[in-house]
Design a protein around this ligand. Sequence first.
Ligand code: NDP
Ligand code: SSN
Length: 307
Amino acid sequence: MADLSGSLSAAAGDKLPAKVGFLGTGIMGFPMAQNLIKAGYDVTVWNRTRSKCDPLISLGAKYKSSPEEVAASCDVTFAMLSDPESAIEVACGKHGAARGLSSGKGYVDVSTIDGATSKLLSQHIKATGALFLEAPVSGSKKPAEDGQLIFLAAGDKSLYETVAPCLDIMGKSRFYLGDVGNGASMKLVVNMVMGSMMASFSEGLLLSEKVGLDPSVLVKVISQGAISAPMFSMKGPSMIQSLYPTAFPLKHQQKDLRLALGLAESVSQSTPIAAAANELYKVAKSQGLSDQDFSAVIEALKGKLQQ
Ligand SMILES: NC(=O)C1=CN([C@@H]2O[C@H](COP(=O)(O)OP(=O)(O)OC[C@H]3O[C@@H](n4cnc5c(N)ncnc54)[C@H](OP(=O)(O)O)[C@@H]3O)[C@@H](O)[C@H]2O)C=CC1
Ligand SMILES: O=CCCC(=O)O
């Protein structure tokens, strides 16, 4: 096991062993925290649903019963939460992390949220004397398990440098994008493109089948041409079988499209393709598919075809 004593704290200017907090151990947070534990970090976890922390505790993680207590006991605290509302609640709520933060500590929000929310978090965190970094990730469940995420960081540069060893354990690359909000915006643009691609791919799979083609051959044809994308080859075979094992929940993809459309509106950028895709994800949500993988958006088109 790697000896990481002092690596975080040395950068922060003291000699104590590094202590890392992790708030939110869902699909993404769990494997990210797990990789930090496996790398030898002293990790303290918290999750709203406590039972999701149990396997991490078995691996050696400590547990605290509130974000406040985690932040108070750690040098740096990461948060991986659903959406803007939960990110605000966990950071700034009654027993939120901000209450446990102080000068010399850092807070890194890796959730996918909008820039305005991230700036609000930054204000609250920095008012405590702590440093703030937003660092949303590109990459899904498997890259999180494999430590292959892509971090899109912005905020306090010194905190970015302090947590770089942690980011390098959880990810394969990292970008520092400047002021708070830029990481959030980059992530929303990427996921806007991804959500539209998946909607378009879904149309192609259904159209190919309807005109008598084999959709699995379509997946192979696409994989060899200029529009090849790992996502199509990974998700296509299960979509053809109407199976959507959850890696990226559909409700989160719709949230990201909603936030991306808000971002586009804030600068008067026309995004008709993303707007149409968003409507499709909303239909899929109304069909009860929120917790399925986002590739279940294809079901919304099946519904439309049957009408
Ligand atoms: N899955 C993916 O492929 C990717 C997801 N993301 C983003 O990462 C974030 C997390 O996604 P993911 O792990 O997939 O989602 P999950 O739904 O699996 O996890 C969401 C986490 O947020 C917690 N949470 C939700 N609401 C609240 C609240 N009100 N108070 C406290 N905690 C709350 C959940 O706690 P509880 O367990 O109690 O419900 C859980 O820990 C999202 O912003 C998502 O968009 C980014 C890249 C890839
Ligand atoms: O936010 C989720 C992104 C999923 C991915 O990048 O594959």
